[in-house]
Design a protein around this ligand. Sequence first.
Ligand SMILES: NC(=O)c1ccc[n+]([C@@H]2O[C@H](COP(=O)([O-])OP(=O)(O)OC[C@H]3O[C@@H](n4cnc5c(N)ncnc54)[C@H](OP(=O)(O)O)[C@@H]3O)[C@@H](O)[C@H]2O)c1
Length: 313
Amino acid sequence: MKAIILNEFGGVENLRYTQIDKPFAGADEVVVQVKAISINPVDVKTRAGKGVAGRLKDHLPLILGWDISGIITEVGSSVTKFKVGDAVFGMVNFPGHGKAYAEYVAAPADQLALKPSNISYEEAAAATLAALTAWQAVTRLINVKKGDRVLVHAAAGGVGQFAVQIAKNLGAYVIGTSSAANKDFVLNLGADEHVDYKAQPFEEVIGDIDFVFDSVGGENIDRSLKVIKKGGSIISIPSGLNDAVIEKAKVLGINGYQFMVTSNGDDMEALAGQLERGELKSHVSKVFSFDAMAEAHLHIESGRTIGKIVVTL
Ligand SMILES: NC(=O)c1ccc[n+]([C@@H]2O[C@H](COP(=O)([O-])OP(=O)(O)OC[C@H]3O[C@@H](n4cnc5c(N)ncnc54)[C@H](OP(=O)(O)O)[C@@H]3O)[C@@H](O)[C@H]2O)c1
């Protein structure tokens, strides 16, 4: 089968196309013929030797990627949840070795959900790592409630698009930040208010926030802490840029969290239900061919992605 391997961490030229054997399904696994793969900042960071490269360095040569949708072609002996021919989607083995940049992927059955029939393979692949991050953070760690004032930074990005929708569905008053170019996109996600972070410092125009979802990190954390109520919360997700969030928040009587998403089939099923009922939309702004993986990585690296981008096979 076709796959992209990484012999060593580095630039996009290290994404090497190759032919390798198809994987087999272990007892608890299924093999998925991949239709679409979504690309995340962590793919790009890991390729460059950051992200989760530390966890994966002993796996070199490795196959990057975690987010897939596709059709099951083989079912492990202990799997009862799925059958051959089922269309599924999920985030495979994150933060471990996902091996998603390939024609076929072996995935633990308990990390996948059936793909809703009303959404495309592209939209399904896009609603995995980014959607799980927003879902797990907003519902597990924070428990956002009706009436909460929620600030979502980078609301037009991969995680932000889902965080806005999920917080809004829980009854929160949602404020999203993005550049002016993405204002309509953010408001169409359901945000009640938009702040153009380039036009003015957001902390000068927003206050009284119960929860900040931060996917920018660095000084954005210090500035966000100024707008949160005592007793409120902040989650900051960009690893390496969020080191002091817990201590800095504590001094101000705010709950600070770092967070890393993990593969979870129950959460995938919760997302599948919302996508099926139309409560959650998965926005894909660009589709690349498998041959253009380097281009897809460079697009993510630009930091200007709207919603999600996917690669199709
Ligand atoms: N810890 C975890 O489990 C976890 C999970 C997922 C992602 N992450 C991390 O979270 C970060 C975001 O991920 P993502 O997938 O959402 O990225 P993304 O899709 O690449 O984000 C792109 C978006 O960021 C916006 N943006 C950039 N700078 C901004 C700023 N200063 N203020 C507001 N918006 C800004 C851009 O909007 P404009 O063009 O309008 O500026 C663009 O729409 C990455 O660092 C990623 O590695 C962590």
